[in-house]
Design a binder for this molecule. Structure first.
Ligand code: F6P
Length: 319
């Protein structure tokens, strides 16, 4: 192993820079040459490679986003592009690629593997929907971003005695909604994994009002429903004034939390160790506070379940 490459792909996630920094610095410490692939799989196909030095990753650990840029590259599903990417890697004599991203990025990584390229995946997505790891780079920061917003909305909800419906990210999963809903004290949490019933939400709100509760926060994962539609339906059923806030990409930006920086550094360092030891075709994550190593095929074939115990706890606490 002499030359490795690192790339970020899919939606950016705070903490990706800490992972890039570790791959570069640890790689150079281990006498490896490190190449940065810009704009994910798009850049791999376009041979958008840059040499990474110690200084290339200076002053980035506290920055959200990714200095390597990222892209969604559906064209990589086509064989022509895959072969071009493999050719580019061979041309540059790159021995292995560390792919930082989510499910779609790991599918791309798997394609590289099938073409004989050594790959290791690092989970980086605010959605936290990757199996084999308790957390993904960016999730902790995103949840904290949401809570900061919920706290602010709560101030005005309390002042006006209103119900607020807040939509958070999570295209196919409710991990952000659940974590932020529990930590933010939401009355109801709507996630794609669990069917919801508007009647139940109304009953819960009415019960709160009867007890003297004057405001409520409902968190909706974008994959479960549109907050605007939920707000409209609740307004009709409850005959109350309801406000809707869609948080959008604010959740994905900002300085990464200490957790995301440390976690990203740890798993990226392990990825370099594994490559040096001749292990690849795996994703490095964290389970029960210990580094976990999961075959990429298992990561790709299983859907991460929602923490049902946390969901039930949130229900109990918002009785
Ligand atoms: O990266 C994950 C995610 O933030 C999802 O939660 C969201 O649905 C999606 O990306 C948005 O993607 P884009 O920024 O490409 O619109």
């Amino acid at each position: 192993m002499k030359k490795i490459a690192v790339m970020t792909s899919g939606g950016d996630a705070p903490g990706m820079n800490a992972a890039i920094r570790t791959v570069v610095r640890k790689g150079i410490y281990e006498k490896l040459e490190v190449i940065g692939i810009q704009r994910g799989f798009q850049g791999l196909v376009a041979s958008d490679f840059i040499p990474m030095e110690l200084g290339s990753v200076a002053d980035i650990i506290h920055r959200g986003g990714t200095i390597l840029r990222t892209a969604r590259a559906p064209e990589f599903l086509q064989k022509e592009y895959q072969l071009r990417a493999v050719y580019n890697l061979h041309q540059q004599h790159i021995d292995a690629v560390i792919v930082i991203g989510g499910g779609g990025s790991f599918q791309g990584a798997h394609v590289l593997l099938q073409h004989g390229i050594k790959v290791i995946g690092l989970p980086g997505t605010i959605d936290n929907d990757i199996t084999g790891t308790d957390s993904c780079i960016g999730f902790d920061t995103a949840v904290n971003n949401v809570i900061e917003a919920v706290n602010k909305v709560r101030d005005t909800a309390m002042s006006h005695e209103r119900i607020y419906v807040i939509e958070v990210m999570g295209r196919t999963s409710g991990h952000i909604a659940l974590a932020a809903g529990l930590a933010g004290g939401a009355e109801s949490i709507l996630v794609p994994e669990i069917p919801y019933n508007l009647g139940d939400i109304c009953t819960r709100i009415r019960r709160g009002i009867d007890r003297g509760k004057l405001h409520s926060i409902i968190i909706v994962a974008e994959g479960a429903a549109s907050a605007l539609e939920v707000g409209k339906a609740l307004e009709e059923q409850l005959q109350m004034d309801i406000r809707v806030t869609v948080l959008g990409h604010i959740q994905r930006g900002g300085t990464p939390t200490a957790f995301d920086r440390i976690f990203a550094s740890q798993i990226a360092s392990t990825a370099v160790d594994l490559l040096l030891a001749g292990t690849f075709d795996v994703m490095v994550g964290l389970k029960n506070n210990h580094i976990s190593i999961t075959p990429l095929v298992d990561v790709l074939s299983q859907k991460k379940p929602l923490a049902i115990d946390l969901y039930r706890l949130a229900e109990v606490l918002s009785i």
